[in-house]
Design a binder for this molecule. Structure first.
Ligand code: 16G
Ligand code: MG
Length: 546
């Protein structure tokens, strides 16, 4: 079969590329102001079709979302057959296609990709796509569909879904009818799988007070409500707030996981009742953080690091109680943003790996453990069970009634966790399950360790590509000399740690600092930010970077 160049060219004419814009496939796909993205969406449709053809017609996923970004932005993430992020070797092709300057050069670039990757055009492509609640999704999804049609692709429209639901669908569609079948490939199937697992784990336990969930005014709101109808309120008392998806400008505005984590405070106008549990999703519901206030009204964050500690401890206990601790080992994967106190706490009980920022890195590293718990501090994460571990868990025969109870809980946990990607709804159920089993208040969960004071700041630089890191982003190799200056600054501070890395989603460099006290952490962040800004900064240097 040959390439239908004419189909591509004429469809491309309806999706002209904006001038003077360069697109780059970043940490999690393309992300930009929605007005600039029509041509990119069209081309992503083409790329997904090519990727599917390359992988023998397996289903590829496309999610139109800009996650926690402001409402006027949009973006797109590509999902590989197992439900994981697009393989990094194909990111360059995404970037090439997005930047082809004319309809003709787009056709030439498609040819180039086909040649470089050995795509067989005779294979029928299959793609499933979905979108979040942004008003711009409607027309951008149409552009995706045009791209898919130009390569005569079989399409499944998943409609309005959370990002992790789309990942789940991809994996289900590709494993349906095989021994690895992941679940029924529908959103209802997703709800039923999670609800059944949660009911197994929660039934008969003494209920905790209701959890208040801030849905970031995004897709998590309707999807959480759909799920609650399936699971029923008796087992899972939840109060949803910031659940408006129809009012313009509300998405992620002064609420949501990113706001709560970076501002270290509750969503605006959400009054925290002391000692009650709260959680925030982000705009596409693939992240979650928890928090509470103490009797003095002081805000306490339970972020991805705290979730990782809670989850790893619980799974290790279940594995031990089930009599599997000789054959199933738990490991944790973090990034340099993990609070030093969490790393110290975890290392006392489990192996801990540090990898560069971005889910693809964490996911990959977690695959090397029997049970790999991975979480970014920002609340994105999940748990992976290796294929061997899954068969060990399903074949094991317990030696006592208590081992048997632990084993059935472990089996239900495998189904409760969305193993394709971090999932706010699934992670929420996981945390709720553990708190229910432990009968813990958020303050009891928080007791494991106290975070070191820390500060994250942005520095605007002329060219962030000058910044090259190593050692899982904890050291700067380039520009030369900067790392030595950072080392000097860190050495002067009690308990100091600091690193600098270029953002993969915004045009800036990020500086992280932590130290023994609030003041010294803040001071260290400013000192290191000044080191960067003095030589490479753009615009006037602020008196303080936060
Ligand atoms: C993206 C990543 C997230 C990471 C963040 C870092 C995925 C699905 N998402 O949102 O994991 O924490 O980028 O952003 O990989 P930064 O590079 O701007 O600091
Ligand atoms: Mg997100």
């Amino acid at each position: 079969m040959s390439l239908n160049e004419q189909a591509i060219r004429s469809a491309s004419a309806n999706h002209p590329r904006p001038h003077n814009t360069t697109f780059a496939y970043g940490t999690a796909g393309f992300r930009a102001n929605a007005d600039t993205l029509d041509s990119t969406m069209f081309r992503v449709g083409i790329l997904a079709a090519l990727r599917s053809k390359k992988l023998a017609g397996q289903t590829i996923g496309i999610m139109v979302t800009a996650s926690h970004n402001p409402e006027q932005d949009n973006g797109v993430k590509l999902v590989d057959p197992h439900g994981e992020m697009l393989h990094s070797s194909w990111e360059q092709y995404a970037t090439l296609l997005a930047n082809a300057v004319s309809d003709d050069s787009l056709v030439a670039t498609v040819r180039q990709v086909i040649q470089a990757t050995g795509v067989d055009l005779a294979v029928k492509a299959k793609v499933v796509f979905g979108h979040d609640t942004r008003p711009s999704c409607r027309s951008l999804v149409r552009a995706v569909v045009d791209g898919l049609a130009a390569l005569d692709t079989d399409q499944v429209n998943a409609g309005l879904v959370t990002t992790p639901q789309l990942h789940y669908l991809v994996r289900c569609l590709n494993t349906e009818g095989t021994p690895e079948a992941y679940g029924e490939p529908t959103v209802d199937g997703y709800y039923r799988k999670l609800a059944t697992a949660y009911s197994t784990l929660a039934t008969g336990r003494h209920l905790l007070p209701a959890l208040t969930v801030d849905c970031a005014n995004g897709v998590g709101a309707p999807k959480l409500k759909e799920f609650l109808k399936v699971v029923g309120n008796d087992l899972l008392p939840i109060i949803a707030v910031r659940d408006s998806t129809t009012q313009a400008g509300h998405l992620n505005f002064d609420c949501g996981a990113d706001y709560v984590k970076t501002q270290q405070r509750a969503p605006r106008n959400v009054e925290l009742v002391p000692w009650q549990r709260y959680a925030s999703f982000d705009g596409d519901a693939d992240r979650i953080v928890f928090y509470y206030a103490d009797a003095d009204g002081v805000f306490h964050l339970l972020d991805g690091d705290k979730i990782a500690g809670l989850v790893a401890g619980f799974i290790m206990d279940l594995v031990k109680d089930a009599g599997l601790d000789d054959s199933v080992k738990v490991g944790v994967v973090q990034t340099a943003y993990a609070n030093g106190a969490s790393t110290k706490y975890l290392t006392e009980g489990v192996p801990v790996t540090c990898v560069p920022t971005g889910v693809k890195h964490l996911h990959h590293a977690a695959e090397s453990y029997d049970v790999g718990v991975y979480f970014e501090a920002n609340g994105h994460g999940t748990v992976l069970f290796s294929p061997l571990t899954l068969s060990t868990i399903s074949a094991h025969s317990p030696s006592s009634p208590s081992a048997s109870a632990a084993l059935s809980n472990l089996r239900a946990l495998v189904d409760l966790i969305n193993q394709t990607v971090g999932d706010a709804i699934s992670d929420m159920l996981l945390v709720e399950t553990i708190l229910l089993h432990r009968q813990w208040s958020p303050a009891q969960w928080d007791r494991a360790y106290s975070d070191y004071p820390n500060r994250l700041v942005k520095v605007l630089v002329a060219d962030r590509t000058q910044f090259v890191t190593s050692d899982a982003e904890r050291r700067l190799d380039k520009p030369e000399g900067v790392q030595a200056a950072i080392d000097d600054a860190v050495a002067k501070v009690d308990g100091g740690r600091s690193f600098v890395r270029p953002s993969g989603t915004e045009d800036c460099v990020r500086v992280y600092a932590e130290a023994a006290t609030r003041d010294t952490a803040d001071e260290l962040a400013n000192t290191v930010a000044r080191i960067v800004h003095d030589k490479f900064g753009k615009g006037p240097q602020p008196a303080s970077f936060f």
